[in-house]
Design a protein around this ligand. Sequence first.
Ligand SMILES: [Zn+2]
Length: 176
Amino acid sequence: MQNIEYDGHIIPYTLYKSKIKNMYIYIKEGKVLVKVPSRVNENKVQDFLNKKSEWIYKNLEKSKEKIRKEKEERIEQKDIERLQKIVEENIYKYSKILGKSPKKVRIRDLKYAWGSCSSNKNISINLKLALKDERAIEYVVLHEMCHLIHMNHSKSFWDLVEKNMPKYKEYKKLLA
Ligand SMILES: [Zn+2]
């Protein structure tokens, strides 16, 4: 594996020699492939890549970003079912402990929060939690359930969260 340098970034690439006349650069799935004529001078290849380094770097970043997005969006039915089960179990568990239960619980594609609790006592849970650790999901459920008692983030609210989940700060980090 060889490297291309651009603006302090080291970009590895794979070189293929082939019976072709021109040099080609392919960026696929976050990787750089360079195809060159079999008898090409290695210095010529390096010059060609140096000239194209900015283009390579930018397109590689785009390609990596695409992979990241696809991963995020790849929530499958089985992940949703798992989330539903964890949410239900914890709503049940904390309803008994806190002596309060929500009117409705919905799993939705929320844009800006992991969960929400309305003044009508409806709880919404973010669908994106489907790919998160079980403890992180439990934390979000508990957090929203505690809002059934304290509709704010006061000290009493956080005390209630901590009392029921002493390690909540650790679990919260799993959401990042
Ligand atoms: Zn809150």
